[in-house]
Design a protein around this ligand. Structure first.
Ligand SMILES: [Fe+2]
Ligand SMILES: [Fe+2]
Length: 188
């Protein structure tokens, strides 16, 4: 019967001696997500120079270059957070970021060099990356607040803002001409 099942499950939960508190589990979840984004940011420092080099327009190339500098700052902030939480800074492979970067690479293989279509493709790939980061940092900021770690929340909120600004800049670059240029290009 459903009622019995619930009671059994509840007593099983409370009887475990090595039972972790919700607080501990929340901190573990937070650290796990922090390790994920730490890996992702480090991975991006290798991808962004390639994206900058692959860009056709100088504006897009500069945007990637500037975001590389910001990304190095994001890594520094994550290390600051690890320190505040008395935990060694460790990265944990982020399959999602690995996949997003792979997608960007295959786009570059498909799209001809020196075209605005290539830039349009790069912007799409980069915005997917930014949206992943926005989701990750948005969640981390919320979790930190729930944990009462307001300093940590403030530090990560700065990065969240920069990711949002970058996403916005990429939209502006697309709207301001790259997509239009791509449409006007003669088909092969
Ligand atoms: Fe970042
Ligand atoms: Fe980013």
């Amino acid at each position: 019967m459903p009622r019995n099942t619930t009671t059994k499950a509840a007593s099983k939960r409370s009887s475990g001696t090595a039972q972790k508190s919700d607080e501990t589990m929340l901190k573990e979840l937070f650290l796990d997500e922090l390790k994920d984004i730490y890996w992702a940011e480090k991975h991006l420092t290798k991808a962004l120079p390639k994206m900058s080099k692959a860009s056709t327009s100088q504006e897009l190339s500069n945007a990637f270059q500037n975001h590389l500098t910001q990304t190095e700052g994001h890594i520094g902030r994550i290390e600051q957070v690890f320190e505040l939480l008395d935990t060694p800074a460790r990265a944990k492979k982020c399959d999602a970021m690995e996949g997003l970067v792979k997608e960007a690479q295959s786009l570059l293989e498909e799209l001809p060099k020196g075209t605005m279509v290539r830039d349009a493709g790069l912007i799409i790939a980069a915005q997917k990356v930014e949206h992943y980061e926005i989701a990750a940092y948005g969640s981390l900021v919320q979790l930190a607040k729930t944990m009462g770690e307001n300093e940590v929340a403030d530090i990560l909120a700065q990065t969240l803002d920069e990711e949002k600004q970058t996403d916005q800049l990429l939209t502006e670059l697309a709207v301001s001409g790259i997509n239009l240029g791509a449409e006007e290009e003669p088909e092969e």
